[in-house]
Design a protein around this ligand. Sequence first.
Ligand SMILES: C[S@@+](CC[C@H](N)C(=O)[O-])C[C@H]1O[C@@H](n2cnc3c(N)ncnc32)[C@H](O)[C@@H]1O
Length: 216
Amino acid sequence: MSDPPNVYARWAALYDSVADLPVLRSWRARAADALDLSAGDTVVEMGCGTGANVPVLRRRVGAGGRVVGVDLTREMLAQARAHDDRTGDGVHYLLGDATRPPVDSADAVLATFVAGVFADPAAAVDAWCDCVAPGDRVALLNFQRSRNPLATPVNVAFEGFVRLSAPGTRLSRQSHADAFERRVTAARDRLAERTVDRRYETFAGGYLGLVSGRVE
Ligand SMILES: C[S@@+](CC[C@H](N)C(=O)[O-])C[C@H]1O[C@@H](n2cnc3c(N)ncnc32)[C@H](O)[C@@H]1O
């Protein structure tokens, strides 16, 4: 279970207004690419928020595929349902806890800007890997501290990203960013244990990390 996501309820409309900024769209497309989706697939997005990934996922699974978004916050899903390009045939939103996914099976699982909100991210990743069959991919996209030598002095930007994407989570007041990064690392470590054929890429000056793997 994550910390209470009430903050997402309060800020759903504001979140929605930034979730689909053009710069984010290219990152979302890369995350979708990491899943190696085929036409007709079912892809589940954990913590789908306002559904900003849905258009890119939908394009990849085609008219015969399914995109299933799971989120614990009713208000975030209401925003998703208000967009024409995030609704329609083959798109389903489920109000539920992504640490106990309300889905039987999928061909791929995506989680963007989500791993840092869970108290036990490794358990969440385990549950996601259990949703897919051996050979299917799971991908995690998250903010991280940049290792780029030019960026290191301004890693303060990372702190800002963390506060934007995990605003109300009960992490250490002294180092919100450290605690957030530990959660993301725990999620990635568990994905590494559960998968083969792993890929890791960074973008946005090293501030974003995309990790994916094929479940064994
Ligand atoms: C930072 S937003 C990310 C939204 C979306 N993935 C994106 O890329 O824009 C985090 C989302 O996780 C959801 N969330 C938090 N805890 C959750 C849980 N246990 N199960 C499902 N969703 C959860 C919140 O409601 C929120 O919509």
